[in-house]
Design a protein around this ligand. Structure first.
Ligand SMILES: *[C@@H]1O[C@H](CO)[C@@H](O)[C@H](O)[C@H]1NC(C)=O
Ligand SMILES: *[C@@H]1O[C@H](CO)[C@@H](O)[C@H](O)[C@H]1NC(C)=O
Length: 210
């Protein structure tokens, strides 16, 4: 015999498990320009089956799309080295997650400031499960040189030049470091020294995903 309590309890368990199953697993990947985030993300994707979402790449793609309602605004922020409003970035990230068949995401270059952090919690906090924050540290001189080499090698990124880099580092130190410190206080940050070579770094990174 099914009584009302059993039905209610079954419905609530079913709803709960559906909601839980629908949550996206997220690892945020942060570090200054040139810290090698993209390279390490590619290796994590290959070895651990994550989907790599770069907030910066999604914004650049959106900027390049003809007829995008956000194109011009995004362009202005990228050129100025400032941060795009969080609602736009969240919308692009969520769209990419919905369009994926997988459930594990590396979100690279986000959240980059307090506004990103608060906007994400508001818009995406309930839909996602933040596993940890992967943080690549790299001194300014090393990272700047890497970016300039990348620009010289024809990365195609209009922001790999001294002036844009200087602004990106300023923004990173002023805006992103406090967010990393905040996550640190919650025990969520995994710090990786990014000055070593790619394979050494990846050995250490792998331990976090194994
Ligand atoms: C970029 O900087 C210019 C000059 O300071 C300013 O006029 C423009 O509004 C800025 N663009 C954005 C999107 O903030
Ligand atoms: C970052 O902070 C420094 C020192 O407070 C300031 O001079 C600089 O203008 C700030 N840069 C940005 C992008 O906010």
């Amino acid at each position: 015999m099914l009584n009302r309590f059993m039905v209610v309890s079954w419905v609530s368990r079913t709803v709960h498990s559906l909601v839980m199953a629908a949550k996206y697993n997220v690892v945020f990947v942060l570090g200054g320009p040139g810290a090698g985030k993209g390279t390490q993300c590619a290796k994590i994707v290959e070895k651990f089956g994550y989907v790599h979402l770069s907030a910066g790449d999604l914004l650049r793609e959106e900027r390049a799309k003809s007829g995008s309602e956000y194109g011009e605004l995004i362009d202005g922020h990228i050129k100025n080295g400032t941060i795009v409003p969080v609602e736009i970035t969240c919308r692009l990230l969520e769209r990419a997650m919905k369009n994926s068949e997988k459930n594990d995401f590396l979100i690279d270059g986000f959240p980059r400031n307090k506004n990103n952090y608060e906007g994400w919690n508001k818009e995406m906090g309930d839909k996602t499960d933040l596993k940890f924050v992967l943080f690549f540290t790299c001194p300014l001189e090393v990272c700047t040189q890497r970016c300039l080499d990348r620009g010289a090698a024809g990365s195609g990124r209009t922001d790999d030049n001294i002036e844009s880099l200087k602004k990106r580092f300023d923004t990173y130190m002023n805006a992103t470091m406090p967010i990393i410190e905040h996550y640190e206080s919650k025990g969520l940050v995994r710090t990786i020294d990014a000055t070593r070579d790619v394979d050494e770094i990846f050995d250490e990174v792998s331990k976090l995903f194994a």
